[in-house]
Design a protein around this ligand. Structure first.
Ligand code: CU
Length: 437
């Protein structure tokens, strides 16, 4: 009996050992790879949903899942090399709403945003930027992340890649690192105009070990100031425009006159010596600063709407806000998703002229990974606030079917185009429960 049992356990043990050393195809499908085993570049590009049509001009709807992973080759050391070509074209007429708004645009490869560039950490990346012959302005490519100054796309320092003249090209080269989500954009002055015209996009550097596999989308938040006649460099207004208030404090507490000084004097009487002097000075400063505030209000004529500046300029204002380039596009074309399925959104904020943008998801919470530079999420939320150039990764699963909005939580932006819909289908599933133990 004992011998039979021992034989049985030995058999069981060998079966377990044999099975645990095998690669299960169904596991690779769920997790993308067997933990510990290196994934081939070809396999990885497949699960990244890399496009096979590198010259496609994706529509804003196609942009969601258009991942351009470049022309792939290997160098002598076996390192993966990814080559991209971005052609800058001015005089592009890009429709940015369903109501006939056309931006007199400058584009990378004919679209706003430019293509989503997708590479893997450690790849050698070569991006050739061609400034078309017909263009009138120099342009450049500034990618965020780590690289040498000569590949930074900034003219300070005299690097040729800082300003490519019309009819010329420059190839930027760097090793992709560290993994994360990055914006790219032209960095030629006035930068605000080169960005507002449309010269920007998203770059994803994937980690060497794939993230858990799920359906992925790219969402780039932007806006358009369509009044191009206001273009031009931002300047510091002349110092002479600022009123200088000279303060004579040789007399000490004599500085305090009138209503405020009386009030302060009463206070000052309660104390004596050094403390009373200090209190008087403070009161005086309050008086001066409230005068300045009055003067400012007079200059503005008391109108909040008109944003005239002292130098006669007018603040730039976006007339249209979008996700992926066209106002209300995902209201017209809701994004179909399934209950119980995880989704990942790579989000980048490239809005100019407004300091803050945000992304609010209805009906679900999402895990947020700031800049996508870590494996663990920073927090779970339903709104993420993004300043200019901020970005990250959102991961979420819908529990219930239905139509759910996603939009900026600045109502003004929502009304002007930054709003979309998820059309969630399927049976209800258990919402994720908090671990209460
Ligand atoms: Cu430019």
């Amino acid at each position: 009996m004992f011998r039979q049992n021992a034989y049985f356990f030995a058999l069981l043990l060998s079966i377990i050992l044999i099975f645990s050393s095998l690669n299960f195809p169904f596991l690779s499908k769920v997790y993308g790879q067997t933990p510990g085993s290196p994934i081939s570049q070809e396999q990885y590009d497949k699960i990244k949903n890399c496009t096979t049509d590198l010259s496609k001009k994706p529509t804003p709807v196609e942009y969601l899942t258009y991942f351009n992973c470049g022309h792939v080759s290997k160098d002598e050391s076996g390192r993966t090399v990814r080559q991209f070509t971005l052609i800058v074209e001015e005089n592009q007429k890009i429709p940015v709403s369903y109501e006939g708004h056309i931006l007199d645009a400058w584009t990378f490869n004919g679209t706003i945003p430019g293509p989503t560039i997708r590479v893997t950490e450690g790849d050698l990346v070569r991006i050739r930027v061609i400034n078309s012959n017909d263009n009138s302005n120099p342009h450049s490519l500034h990618t965020h992340s780590i690289h040498h100054a000569k590949n930074d796309g900034v003219s300070m320092g005299g690097y040729p890649g800082g300003a490519i003249s019309p009819g010329r090209s420059f190839t930027y080269e760097f090793i992709a690192q560290p993994y994360g989500i990055y914006p790219y954009h032209c960095h030629v002055d006035p930068i605000a105009d080169h960005i507002n015209r449309g010269l920007y996009g998203m770059m994803i550097i994937d980690p060497k070990e794939p993230r858990p596999q799920m359906t992925e989308m790219a969402m780039l938040l932007n806006g358009y100031d369509l009044d191009l006649d206001l273009e031009g460099p931002t300047k510091i207004p002349p110092a002479a425009l600022f009123q200088t208030i000279e303060q004579d404090d040789t007399e000490g507490s004599n500085m305090t006159d009138g209503a405020i000084s009386n009030e302060t004097s009463t206070d000052a009487n309660m104390t004596d010596g050094a403390i009373s002097n200090e209190t008087s000075t403070d009161a005086n400063m309050t008086h001066v600063s409230s005068d300045m505030q009055d003067a400012d209000e007079e200059d503005n004529g008391g109108e909040d709407e008109v944003e005239e500046e002292d130098d006669g300029g007018v603040d730039r204002i976006n007339e249209i806000y979008t996700v992926n380039g066209k106002a209300f596009d995902y209201m017209m074309n809701p994004i179909v998703t399934q209950t119980g399925k995880p989704y990942r959104i790579y989000v980048v904020n490239m809005l100019e002229f407004d300091l803050v943008n945000s992304f609010h998801l209805h009906g679900a919470m999402f895990d947020y990974y700031t800049a996508g530079t870590d494996e663990t999420s920073d927090y779970s939320t339903d709104i993420v606030t993004l300043s200019q150039g901020d970005r990250g990764i959102m991961e979420f699963t819908y529990a219930y079917p239905g139509t759910y909005m996603f939009h900026a939580h600045q109502t003004e932006f929502t009304d002007l185009g930054w709003m979309g819909l998820f059309d969630v289908r399927g049976e209800p599933v258990e919402p994720p429960q908090e671990d209460l133990t």
